[in-house]
Design a protein around this ligand. Sequence first.
Ligand SMILES: [Zn+2]
Length: 162
Amino acid sequence: MIVGVLLFQAVAFAVLSGIVANKKSRDPVGWGLVGLVFGLFGFVAALVVEEVESEEKQSSPRRKHSSAPQEFDPDEHEKKCPDCAEYIKLEARVCKHCGHEFSDEEVEQQVAQARQEFRAKREERGEEEMETASLKENMAVLGIIALIAGGLALLVLFTGGG
Ligand SMILES: [Zn+2]
């Protein structure tokens, strides 16, 4: 029975250590094991350990900056001339190929529409990022659940046998 209580404590501290480590962007499974082995001391270690400045978190926005500009730049967008079907700059008032003229309102409208599409695409990308982030959290939770399940299995094994 005492073994069972000790095991239960170990599992409890393993779970607590895992949760604390996860909040600090540290490996919840590894710290869960530390909590499992060292009990209260492992949990305290997980509490006092410095928060990890995850490399991924720091570098991924920078990578995004270089590959895709965050702000809308009309120079990087084009429109199709309705007369000659050539692509010209989004802000052009006169087609450089055929001389077709666009009114001020037309140009403004085209720029506004392109900006809207640009923002919609950017939001889509943002949602994708959030999905991968929550996936990581799910993996962490799964790790903790696996630890609990393993601990409980041991508990049942020991208390059932003795
Ligand atoms: Zn044209």
